[in-house]
Ligand binder design. Structure first.
Ligand SMILES: [Zn+2]
Length: 370
């Protein structure tokens, strides 16, 4: 019965027949998937494998994201007028811009990507303006963001710096610093365009090729794995280090199965996880103030959790892929980690996780929980 559930949990969204992946000679990659949907999601993912945050440049990429997202006059309004939205975020391993637009308005995304890739538009004025906006954003960080910041710092030390920065961390940035960062982030091998929705995948790819053809040619430099510096456990949550997802995929799957397994036994569970090939983190916890994660870890039978964890991890993957925005994001993120890494590969690894690999992670969680 359990093996049937595991198979069923991951069938619906893995038909790759309407999917086209195109690597370009300059190192960039285009991936698009045709799917019946009112919106088309187009993601521009920029890997920061060449621009890893250091204490000296901490927060610069976040500032750059704000500046780039607002650098095209009238672009926001144009998108909103047709009922679309432009989203932007800065993660530890990439920066992401997403155009969510009606299917017949995909040209808006092409225009935006083309303009952004040409110039980041950093000036003294917009650095001042966006630094202030970031200050407000940091003041308003919610409890889940604060927990994540603390957990990453405890587990990875300086290598787990929060990409949002602090109120002061970007204050030293000059326009030329941001332009230099942008130049590195937009080298061919750091660029992925990933789209999902009701689009003509060949025409979409042709348009993207034209936009990306001017990028500098480069070869992806391997990610440097984050060194584990400590651990994080509280009464209501525990952090599980997830090894590099593409480079050590068996170990990563086992850690994910343990993390998702724990969520299945908590009263009001939450999990925060973003794929990474430098070493990631899943933060698992409960919102029930009367529940102790440690008690749950101590009393549960790991053999049962092992099966539930595989189903939980597959369902997470499936639910991400069930929406155009989730599919565009995950496809883009995975290709940004490694040129051939696909969700199907992770699904297979989750299915074939061994009990012993899982148990090692489960025991680690037990040691860390308070
Ligand atoms: Zn921001």
């Amino acid at each position: 019965m359990l093996s049937f559930l595991i198979a069923a949990a991951c069938q619906q969204h893995y038909s790759e027949s309407d999917l086209l992946k195109t690597p370009l000679s300059n190192g960039a990659t285009i991936i698009c998937e045709k799917r019946e949907s009112k919106v088309v999601c187009v993601d521009l993912m920029l890997s920061n494998r060449d621009t890893i945050d250091t204490p000296a440049t901490y927060g610069y990429r976040h500032l750059l994201e704000h500046i780039v997202a607002s650098s095209i006059p009238g672009h926001d309004r144009e998108i909103e007028k047709v009922g679309g939205v432009l989203l932007a975020s800065t993660g530890r391993d990439w920066m992401q811009f997403e155009w969510r637009v009606p299917a017949d308005q995909v040209a808006l995304a092409f225009r935006g990507i083309d303009r952004m890739l040409r110039d980041c538009g950093a000036t003294e004025d917009n650095i001042r303006r966006e630094s202030l906006a970031i200050g407000h954003e940091i003041d308003l960080m919610n409890s889940s963001q604060l927990l994540s910041r603390q957990a990453w710092k405890s587990v990875y030390g300086e290598e787990g710096l929060d990409p949002l920065g602090t109120k002061d961390s970007a204050s030293t940035a000059k326009p030329e610093d941001l332009a230099a960062l942008w130049k590195k982030m937009t080298r061919g091998s750091n660029v992925v365009i990933s789209a999902c929705g009701n689009l003509d995948i060949r025409a979409f790819t042709t348009s993207c090729k034209a936009i990306l053809s001017g990028l500098a040619t480069s070869k992806a430099t391997p990610f440097k794995t984050r060194a584990i510096d400590g651990s994080f456990g509280a009464r209501g949550s525990v952090a599980v280090p997830i090894p590099p997802l593409a480079a050590s995929s068996d170990a990563a799957s086992a850690a994910l199965v343990a993390a998702f397994g724990l969520t299945t036994r908590l009263n009001v569970p939450f999990i925060t996880y973003t794929p990474s090939d430098r070493g990631g983190l899943a933060i698992v916890g409960t919102l029930d103030p009367f529940e102790s994660v440690k008690d749950v870890l101590e009393k549960e039978d790991p053999a049962i959790i092992f099966s539930l964890g595989r189903i939980g991890a597959l369902l997470w993957l499936d639910s991400k892929l069930s929406t155009p925005e989730g599919a565009a994001e995950l496809n883009g993120q995975f290709l940004s980690l490694a040129p051939s890494f696909r969700p199907q590969k992770l699904a297979d690894n989750i299915r074939y996780t061994t009990y012993n690999d899982f148990l090692r992670n489960w025991n680690l969680m037990k040691e860390v929980a308070r």
